[in-house]
Design a protein. Structure first.
Length: 300
């Protein structure tokens, strides 16, 4: 039996593995894909403390190598379900094997909601981004579009505008859906908005150079020269395992935890983007450390 099984080998899971392994806990990390999670797709990270500039894949390779000194990592091992047993332990069922553990840390992250527009997938990481805090500084003094009209899109646009990015918004309605204060801030900042419009295509040679926007009221397409596109229409929390255990989530599907990252089910903790809030590597790592440390205290 394991002391902890960690699901997800992103920053949260890997950090939890380091802390658990160094504490002498019998731990394993299971990931449905390869270690590193979505950070692997980040072209460059400039806001991780102690490291000036580093590609996401390189950072996660380093983190994986460090974690593997203390904890076994099994990639391409998808957990299909979690069962809580009468003795309070858990069975984690994969295709080929069942893992039994006293505690579980879920760190399965989120996936950004994307768009079916032509070129979005092709240019992701080459001008198309889902995180202004992560990538905004690459576009200072340049023209970008923020796609969306909710709180996330408004916050992203205001952040970009504040750091010196020439930002416009594209929204499919004639009024923003964000909070009134954010609408006021957008107006005061003089951020241009393409109303009743949708992103239809992204074009360029190697990097984003042009966006095709369709105005459904005018039934017309326009071409806008831009250097970047930030898609901010929400995230899908990967919460299927949590829902299978009836773990409490908020209205958006994010797992609700206490200050130690404990969920509503005894023995199950959650860390990283799946808990909502600020989606940053450093935050996920901190939450992984908190979860593993609390479990260590309980096992003493």
């Amino acid at each position: 039996m394991y002391d902890i099984v960690i699901i997800g080998a992103g920053p949260a899971g890997l950090t939890a593995g380091i802390y658990a392994g160094r504490a002498g806990l019998n731990t394993i990390i299971l990931d449905a894909s390869r270690s590193g999670g979505t950070v692997n797709t980040a072209p460059l990270i400039e806001n991780y403390p102690g490291i000036d500039k580093i590609p996401g894949e390189k950072l996660m390779k380093s983190m994986t190598e460090q974690t593997s000194q203390y904890t076994e990592i099994k990639e391409r091992t998808k957990v299909k379900s979690i069962e809580k047993l009468d003795d309070g332990s858990f069975n984690l069922n994969t295709r080929n094997e069942t893992y039994n553990s006293h505690y579980v840390i879920i760190g399965t992250g989120t996936n950004p909601v994307t768009l079916p527009a032509e070129g979005v997938e092709e240019f992701t990481g080459r001008g198309v981004s889902y995180c202004a805090v992560c990538d905004g500084t690459f576009f200072v003094g340049q023209d970008v579009l923020v796609i969306g009209g909710g709180n996330s899109a408004a916050t992203e646009a205001l952040y970009l505008n504040r750091i010196g990015v020439k930002c416009s918004m594209v929204h499919r309605r004639d009024k923003l859906r964000c909070d009134a204060k954010l609408q006021e801030d957008i107006n005061n900042a003089g951020i241009n908005i393409y109303w009743n419009s949708e992103l239809k295509a992204v074009k360029g040679k190697g990097r984003v150079e042009e966006a095709i926007i369709y105005n459904k009221v005018d039934d017309a397409e326009i071409s806008v020269k831009v250097n970047g596109i930030f898609i901010a229409i929400g995230y899908h929390p990967n919460n299927e395992l949590a829902l299978g255990l009836d773990i409490l989530c908020d209205d958006s599907g994010y797992i609700i935890t206490d200050e130690n990252m404990k969920t509503s089910v005894d023995g199950v903790y959650a860390a990283g983007d799946l808990t909502g809030g600020v989606k940053q590597i450093v935050v996920s790592a901190a939450q992984g450390a908190k979860a593993a440390t609390r479990i260590q205290e309980l096992l003493l």
